[in-house]
Design a protein around this ligand. Structure first.
Ligand code: CDV
Length: 317
């Protein structure tokens, strides 16, 4: 019997700095109810869904970022989402900025949690591939300063048995790195959820000139990496964006659900709050794993040369 999970990608339009958590949670609740109406069992929200994407700014005092972070999860602002999800019997992935303390030191992480249908937290992931810069960029080219505010995730790429399969999580820039998918695929991941906040255009410095990447590339690369990750690692990928003009920066959107064949089977078409669903047959992952991508039979890591295994992730030395 096929193991089908109906998954909803809940794309968000922009979140302004002035928006309260309560206002944002209302939007998340509206999409949760819509997803439930579509028969979904699992809703995937974007990266840092509760606030504006604050790492676009360089605060002189990095602790100003604390105001955008959650010190507990759930907390009174987010509890209505947990309660309604449990009442409807629907799970969710939620990205948020986390504030915590480790060995007496305050730390911030770019975090995602997976919440089960009963409203309990099944798993947590902290973003590993932090893009951007730590210090202000005198060229004005950089638009991301996550390294200034966040620690590199310290939980690895764990997978979780939930929703009748093996679930993995990643966040935004992680999707560009093949190791992200492979680390989870080697642990049997069948569905990987990832939220993202990505600008529609990208500027880089060539010598001392600012160059804008051709406009089509942002969206092309977004889907390219997720489709390749899904296909080469035999898993479903659910990529969910913030979209539209947020605090003067345009996010690309393009949220989608991708099958292990690499096909996009559902895709958002707007730049606002939008829910799209797909029936994800987890057995499709198994089929590819037993044929073309039978890792045991066909992967030849001992013949790759200059390869070592470190912390369970394959790296070149
Ligand atoms: N939030 C992100 O991780 N954004 C990056 C940008 C800065 C390149 C991304 O990979 O989409």
């Amino acid at each position: 019997m096929a193991r089908k999970v109906r998954v909803a990608a809940a794309q968000m339009g922009p979140v302004a700095r002035a928006h309260s958590r309560a206002e944002v949670v209302e939007r998340l609740l509206a999409m949760l109810r819509k997803a439930h109406g579509f028969g979904a069992e699992l809703v995937v929200y974007p990266e840092m869904a509760l606030t504006t994407f604050f790492p676009r700014w360089v605060f002189d005092d990095p602790d100003e970022a604390d105001a955008f972070c959650e010190a507990a999860m759930p907390n009174p602002d987010v509890q209505p989402l947990f309660d309604e999800a449990a009442r409807l019997g629907i799970g969710f992935y939620l990205g948020y900025a986390e504030l915590t303390e480790q060995a007496g030191r305050k730390k911030r992480f770019n975090t995602a949690i997976l919440v089960g249908k009963d409203g309990t937290i099944v798993g947590k992931y902290r973003k590993i591939h932090l893009p951007g810069r730590k210090e202000a960029d005198p060229t004005g080219c950089a638009g991301n300063f996550e390294k200034r505010y966040y620690e590199v995730g310290d939980l690895g790429f764990p997978v979780f048995r939930a929703f009748g399969g093996v679930m993995g999580m990643a966040i935004c820039n992680d999707r560009r790195w093949p190791e992200t998918y492979r680390a989870m695929s080697l642990q049997g991941a069948e569905l990987i959820m990832l939220g993202y906040n990505t600008g529609s255009v990208r500027r880089t410095m060539v010598g001392n000139h600012q160059v804008q990447e051709p406009a089509h590339l942002s969206s092309f690369h977004n889907h390219l990496v997720m489709q390749a990750g899904a296909y080469q690692n035999c898993c479903w990928v659910v990529g969910v964006a913030k979209a539209g003009m947020e605090e003067g920066v345009e996010f690309m959107g393009g949220s989608c659900i991708i099958a292990p064949t690499g096909d996009i089977v559902a895709q958002a078409v707007t730049t606002g709050d939008e829910v799209v669903v797909a029936d994800c047959d987890l057995d499709l992952s198994l089929h590819n794993r037993r044929t073309t991508f039978n890792f045991e039979a066909n992967r030849q890591i001992e013949h790759y040369g200059l390869i070592t295994e470190r912390r369970g992730v394959i790296v070149a030395v």
